[in-house]
Design a protein around this ligand. Sequence first.
Ligand code: PMP
Length: 393
Amino acid sequence: MLDQLDAQSPDALLALIKMHAQDPREDKIDLGVGVYRTNDGATPVFRAIKAAEQKLVDTQDSKSYLGPEGDTGFVDALKPYIFGKDAAMGGRLEGMQTPGGTGAVRLAVALSKAAGVQRVYLGTPSWPNHAQILEDVGVETGTFRHAAPDGTADIDALLDVIANARASDAVLLHGCCHNPTGVDYTPEQWDRIADALADSGVLPILDVAYHGLGLGLEEDVAGVRKVLAKVPEALVAYSCDKNFGLYRDRVGAFYMIAKSADDLPAITSNANALARANWSMPPDHGGAAVRTVLRDDALTATWLDELAEMRERMRRVRERLAAADNDVPGLNLATLAHQNGLFAVLPLSKDQIVSLREDHGIYMAGSGRINVAGLHEGNTAKFIAALADVTGN
Ligand code: PMP
């Protein structure tokens, strides 16, 4: 039986990590894997999380099972950050903890399917796992172009899809810090998206995986809130793996916004049943640490400082790259200053990407996606010079 399986192509990014690890060059640069790095190239545990973990060690008196909804204190503590002051939404909002943002996206798609959604629209390019999840859950994937060549969002492509969608369609949108392009919708564009979604009745699935790493905690969810203010119902997938640096602890949350408070129990019972069949219940530790941070004013202040430091560092890298626009014409580096988050896509050819790796020790995804946080004061000049070299400037 098992010998009937065809080998799957290895994950390209994992292969890249391996190649980078084996490269002996001291000045090699890793722009592949999507984790935040400090100016020293490290991905440290947040100070606020370390302190919260210590508190948990000292005070946690049981590791007995929780339910499929996980740590409800964690889920509730995030609500004001995501949904604002009126997080109650008239009793129309309920959430649950998930294994990372990935678990939340999977649950969103599976719940949509259970409710009758047959096709989910996805902007391209997107985080590759989006398409894999849609396929695995068994819904059709519809696509629209996310970013135009000038480095701004192709809003018309999205509005067109929404206007022509069927009643059984959903649309999956990145709330902020689009992966891989870094191209987010402007506030005005979010207004138009919210109106279009409200008119069409298409179900929005909003994926918020980099909250606080773009323009600010409030700014990064302003678009999501505009949509939620207009549409009758929506699903939100949320990750704490980047903005609390908890990657391997798999910390996420899934929120359901119902047409009416009366619909919510049936919706959440379906989400619980799906969670039960998939992972039974989420891993506890990371969610408990986030709850501990958010319930403690001093730890929250530390977390906010750490988040601001990350955001500001990435903004400085973006500005440094944008300032080199004239040194490397043709790559549109200037647009990076107007984009957000960890990622950007450079219009490099396959050969140029190979040359960056082999001749300069610079590792990036084959799509031309770079992790902006892999750059810092000590290596950005080298990166710009290498870009100039491979593009013949
Ligand atoms: N959505 C997007 C757009 C992402 O980029 C990621 C992480 N790469 C996720 C969801 C899932 O995040 P997590 O690591 O929490 O599963």
